[in-house]
Design a binder for this molecule. Structure first.
Ligand code: NAD
Ligand code: DAU
Length: 341
């Protein structure tokens, strides 16, 4: 089977391609990626010469390009993915996440092929108690999550209207190797290493459910191979944590691994103005994935974080190139200056 993987040069997509090529060497992967600031071919160096892997630089919004490509299924990771950026400028989010997805849905419709649309728990909005099931209403609160919710609704509409073979997955916060260092966990690790202030938004008590990226990739593989057309599958780590707890846990581990003093690293924590519209708590109920498709997360948070820190410590050249400006990446937010480079 020839699978068109979009956004495969990003964090989750590149981990997924590596997993897929080893779990299903019979598949061919065509990785279509626009190589925005978040796309990085270095993420795929160790598999780029495999005969069943091919990279194409291109935009999922490009109708002619998608039409000219040959494939038997699509897995759509391509997106603008960072909430803070969507608050500063939502336009690329609407373009890629909505129009780009619609273009891929059309392509699947014309070819009559399966499409797995990779989405997020953020489409459900914030929840004070209990957990989101697949039937929870969509109540997105950021331009990013609103764009993802729109694409989910389009995907569902294509199933209802055209009987498209579509699967939607909604996962919680991923962490692991190759995550772009604007996201909380890699940002804390590299700021600790570099002795930079660590910005904690608001009171630091917002709750996220964290899952190791490899557990997410395995769930996607199963949903793609065995999922039922038109279904939505929640994916989560059963691992809710307050941000400040994660920051402190990371600093403790970085101190142990580098011989630095934990107190010194804790002194880098800087509470800053809150993210506007900051969702207080996400909580995902992944029991459908567990009961129906027999998947469950395997990586403990303690081990997963430890391995992730090791990866960032061992791969400083990877993130140094990113933060050095080879990939343009610095900006001010309206809620306080952060990440001065
Ligand atoms: P990422 O920002 O690391 O990677 C996104 C990739 O998409 C990049 O390689 C980028 O170059 C590419 N891209 C962007 N616009 C494109 C376009 N128009 N055409 C082709 N390629 C384009 O994102 P990620 O964290 O790997 O997330 C991947 C997907 O998973 C996204 O759809 C995101 O919404 C979803 N998701 C992410 C998380 C998370 O915690 N990171 C959790 C749940 C769901
Ligand atoms: O829930 C899934 C989502 O997780 C994905 O759909 C998104 O693509 C992904 O970016 C992530 O969104 P979050 O906004 O939850 O992730 P982020 O790493 O940006 O922030 C995690 C939490 O940490 C959030 O409550 C904001 C807070 N934070 C983040 C940064 C970058 C800080 O306190 N300081 C920071 O510097």
């Amino acid at each position: 089977m020839r699978i068109l993987v979009t956004g495969g040069a990003g964090f989750i997509g590149s981990n997924f391609i590596r997993h897929e090529l080893s779990a299903h060497p019979e598949h061919q992967i065509i990785n279509l990626d626009k190589l925005t600031y978040a796309g990085n071919l270095e993420n795929l160096r160790n598999i780029e010469n495999l005969p069943n892997y091919k990279f194409i630089k291109g935009d999922i919004c490009d109708k002619q390009l998608i039409k000219s490509m040959e494939f038997d299924a699509i897995i759509n990771f391509a997106a603008e993915s960072h909430v803070d950026r969507s608050i500063l400028d939502s336009s690329p989010f609407l373009q890629t996440n909505i129009i780009g997805t619609q273009n891929l849905l059309e392509a699947s419709r014309k070819k009559g092929c399966r499409i797995l649309h990779v989405s997020t728990d953020e489409v459900y909005g914030s929840i004070a108690t209990g957990s989101f099931t697949e039937n929870s209403p969509l109540q997105p609160n950021s331009p990013y999550s609103a764009s993802k919710a729109s694409s989910d609704m389009l995907a569902k509409a294509y199933f209802e209207t055209y009987g498209l073979d579509v699967i939607i997955t909604r996962c919680s916060n991923n962490y692991g190797p190759y995550q772009f260092p604007e996201k909380l966990i890699p940002l804390v690790i590299y700021h600790a290493v570099e002795g930079k202030p660590i910005p904690v938004y608001g009171d630091g008590k917002n709750v996220r459910d964290w899952i190791h990226v490899m557990d997410h990739c395995k769930a996607l593989d199963i949903a793609f191979e065995e999922g039922k057309s038109g279904e939505i599958y929640n994916i989560g780590g059963n691992n809710e944590q307050e941000n400040i707890y994660i920051v402190r846990m990371l600093l403790k581990k970085v101190a142990e691994k580098t011989g630095r003093k934990e107190d010194e690293l804790s002194g880098l924590i800087t509470f800053v103005k809150d993210r506007p519209g900051h969702d207080r708590r996400y909580s995902i109920d992944p029991s459908k994935m567990e009961k129906v498709l027999g998947w469950k997360p395997e990586t403990s948070f303690d081990k997963g974080l430890s391995d992730t820190i090791d990866w960032y410590l061992e791969n400083k050249p990877w993130w140094s190139r990113i933060i050095s400006g080879e990939y343009v990446y610095y900006y001010k937010t309206q809620y306080g200056e952060r990440d001065k480079q």
